[in-house]
Design a protein around this ligand. Structure first.
Ligand SMILES: [Zn+2]
Length: 157
C-alpha cells in the first residue's frame, strides 16, 4: 500500500516570500564577490526565468545592477523584450535607472524587500514605472536590509 506522508511536506510559504528568498540567494552571491549584496529574480507563471545580482565592480559597469541582469536574462529566456505577466523580485527598492528599465519591459509586478530612501525610485514624486506595473514593498524587509547594512558596516571598519 502506498500512502503520502503529508507531514514531511515542506511548510507552506507564500509565493512572494518564496521568490524573495531566491532573490536573497542572489544577494548572497553578490556578497561573496564583495559586491553590494542586492539580488533579483524574474518570475513568469511560477517559474524563475531570470536571475541577477549586483555586478558593478566585477564588470566595471555602473549599470550592472541586479535588476538589469535579471531583466536581460528573462528577455533572453522568453526571446522577447517585454516581460508582461512577469514579476520582478528584488531585495532592495529599485533605483531610478532600474525603475525606468522596468517601464520599458512593461513588467506586471515589482516586489521589493526594503526601501532605499536615498536612491530608491519612490522618492521621486513622479510615475517612473509603467502605469500597469503593480508595486509591492516590504517582503522579507529585515533580511533584505540587514545584509546590505552589514556589508557597509564591514566596509567602514
Ligand atoms: Zn538600479
Amino acid at each position: 500500500m502506498r500512502y503520502i506522508n503529508f507531514t514531511s511536506d515542506p511548510p507552506a510559504i507564500a509565493p512572494d516570500e518564496f521568490f524573495m528568498n531566491e532573490a536573497l540567494k542572489e544577494a548572497r552571491v553578490a556578497l561573496s564577490l564583495d559586491e553590494v549584496p542586492i539580488g533579483a529574480v524574474v518570475v513568469c507563471n511560477g517559474r524563475i526565468i531570470g536571475r541577477g545580482h549586483n555586478l558593478t565592480e566585477q564588470l566595471n559597469d555602473v549599470t550592472a545592477h541586479a535588476e538589469m541582469q535579471a531583466f536581460t536574462a528573462a528577455a533572453n529566456y522568453l526571446g522577447g523584450k517585454y516581460l508582461k505577466d512577469c514579476t520582478l523580485y528584488v531585495t532592495i527598492e529599485p533605483c531610478i535607472m532600474c525603475a525606468g528599465a522596468s517601464y520599458w519591459t512593461q513588467i506586471s509586478r515589482i516586489v521589493f524587500g526594503a526601501h532605499d530612501v536615498k536612491r530608491g525610485f519612490m522618492r521621486i514624486n513622479q510615475q517612473i514605472t509603467h502605469p500597469k506595473t503593480e508595486i509591492v514593498a516590504g517582503i522579507k524587509e529585515n533580511e533584505c536590509s540587514t545584509i546590505v547594512k552589514e556589508f557597509f558596516q564591514r566596509k567602514r571598519t
